[in-house]
Design a protein around this ligand. Structure first.
Ligand code: FES
Length: 114
């Protein structure tokens, strides 16, 4: 089973800063699950991944967006309910399935999830 590295970037007063780098097994588990298991408070994930909370919001840089699975209509709808207004790269991390091709994936965290 491939192990990949994913990076979570948190906004800081002097610009983005690397907050957490996590090794994850690329077995289709969600980015949200990896963040929660790593104890990353910035991903609340209140609904546990059934796409009813929008508290697992992340912003994906443009270069990574084409490599992710396409957004479903339900995810698109839920992104209208994020605490920080959605941006062009906004995704719900519970809908990002980790595959070997996503090694090095870097996502930004919003200022807040509530
Ligand atoms: S964990 Fe609730 S929408 Fe992603």
């Amino acid at each position: 089973m491939d192990t990949i590295t994913v990076r979570f970037i948190q906004p800081g007063p002097m610009g983005p800063r690397l907050d957490l780098e996590v090794q994850a097994v690329a077995d289709g588990r969600s980015l949200m699950k990896v963040a929660v298991d790593a104890g990353l408070d910035a991903i609340a994930a209140d609904c546990g991944g059934v796409m009813t909370c929008a508290t697992c919001h992340v912003i994906v840089p443009p270069s990574w967006l084409p490599r992710l699975d396409p957004m479903s209509a339900d995810e698109d709808t839920m992104l209208d309910y994020t605490a920080v207004p959605r941006q062009p790269g906004s995704r719900l991390s519970c809908q990002i399935r980790l595959r070997p091709e996503l090694d090095g994936l870097q996502v930004e965290l919003p200022q807040r999830q509530y």
